[in-house]
Design a protein around this ligand. Structure first.
Ligand SMILES: Cc1ncc(COP(=O)(O)O)c(C=O)c1O
Length: 391
């Protein structure tokens, strides 16, 4: 059987060998509960968690590590922020500004808040998936208690002007949450320099394990933290109850340490490989392949394109040796793409979209093979399929 070429790194990344090695002892013999303060196994676990917390804090430029709390992933972090902020403003008129291209883990809690009477403004992107900083600021009202915007879009990879938005919001004293799930560890993220008050992170997007993430909460923006989503034993400074997943957290810490040391090298590698693939597709298929998203402000390794007249799902079915997607894994049950639709792209362009996520462990040879397989599949579909518009 031919090995799969994994090109779905925006959905999840393979775990780094270093992270897996770091996790092993905490799954095998170091089984203490980090909250057990009465014996050495507990102390060792608590110390390992704090070392990981330091690494995650360093990766994002947090001033102090207790500003980072561990969660089960960015979905939980995003829910904690939206629901927590709404709860802490319950009883007064509340308004939240977000965008039409957020991940479902922001859009769905925002819908739930709207059902509770919170007013939500969704700023629309331009045709490249870019959110205009001025439009965000213009949407802010006196009762706005939160602005929530993703750093990198998970379908088209467009990087938003977070620094400009953060700067303007800080002057207005409005809390700024950023969903950094796709971007942290791939591009420069500095919560201080970018004016970010609250940041959601996910380990499995940066070569760490699944089932763990974090929430950064700036101490001077929210001195008491956010109201917890989960109540219980008071773990994570009272902000997120539940026995800590020590092995996952240790793996996350190691992945964060690795990313801090090599994200530039990773970014260059991913950009080089995606550019070569894009060049090949354009040379072979011409104007029929069209890039979705920004060519300039794009997450390294993300390539989303549509092939005129060819169904994206049919291309994926015709290239079984490639692990690709038609969009986001988290919204693959939906019809069409809310992101491409918000960008103003028609149904045909949405139907024919393919998302490729190139990562740290992909090779030049894999991308060359993927390029050839895609071209062969598209040309065959073009010959046989009715959906090739100009055939
Ligand atoms: C932008 C964005 N936010 C949030 C999430 C959810 O992250 P997790 O899988 O850690 O819950 C994802 C995952 O795809 C994402 O891409």
């Amino acid at each position: 059987m031919t090995a799969t070429i994994y090109l779905d790194n925006l959905s999840t990344t393979p775990i780094a060998a270093e992270a897996l090695d770091a996790m092993r002892p905490w799954l095998e013999c170091e089984y203490g509960n980090a909250s057990s303060a009465t014996h050495a196994l507990g102390w060792a676990a608590a110390e390992a968690v704090e070392l990981a917390r330091d690494e995650v804090a360093r990766l994002i430029g947090a001033r102090t590590s207790p500003e980072v709390i561990f969660t089960s992933g960015a979905t939980e972090s995003n829910n904690t922020v939206l629901k927590g902020i709404a709860d802490s403003h319950a009883g007064s008129p509340t308004h939240v500004v977000t965008t039409a291209i957020e991940h479902p883990s922001v859009l769905s809690p925002a819908d739930a808040l709207a059902a509770r009477g919170v007013e939500i403004t969704q700023v629309s992107p331009d045709g490249e998936g870019m959110i205009d900083a001025d439009a965000v600021i213009a949407a802010v009202r006196p009762e706005t208690c939160l602005v929530s915007i993703m750093l990198a879009n998970n379908e088209v990879g467009t990087l938003q002007p977070i620094g400009a938005i953060g700067d303007a919001l800080r002057k207005r004293g409005v809390l700024f949450h950023v969903d950094g799930a796709q971007a942290v560890g791939k591009v420069a993220v500095d919560v201080e320099a970018m004016g970010i008050d609250v940041l959601s992170l996910s380990a499995h997007k940066l070569y760490g394990p699944k089932g763990v993430g974090a929430l950064y909460v700036r101490a001077d923006a929210l001195p008491d933290g956010l109201p917890p989503l989960l109540h219980g034993g008071g773990q994570e400074f009272g902000q997120r109850a539940g026995t800590l997943a020590v092995a996952q957290i240790v793996g996350f810490g190691m992945a964060a340490e690795l990313a801090r040391g090599r994200w530039r090298e990773d970014a260059l590698h991913a950009c080089t490989l995606t550019s070569a693939l894009w060049g090949h597709l354009r040379a072979e298929l011409g104007e029929r392949v069209r890039l979705n998203g920004s060519s300039e402000h794009r997450l390294p390794g993300c390539l989303n394109f549509s092939i005129e007249g060819v169904d994206g799902g049919a291309v994926i079915a015709a290239t079984p040796t490639l692990a690709l997607s038609t969009g986001s894994a988290c919204s693959s049950h939906r019809v069409g793409s809310h992101v491409l639709s918000a960008m103003g792209l028609g149904e045909d362009r949405q139907q024919s979209a393919i998302r490729i996520g190139v990562g740290r462990y992909n090779t030049e040879r894999e991308l060359a093979l993927a390029g050839s397989a895609l071209v062969v599949a598209v040309q065959r579909l073009a010959r046989t399929g009715a959906r090739w518009a100009s055939a």
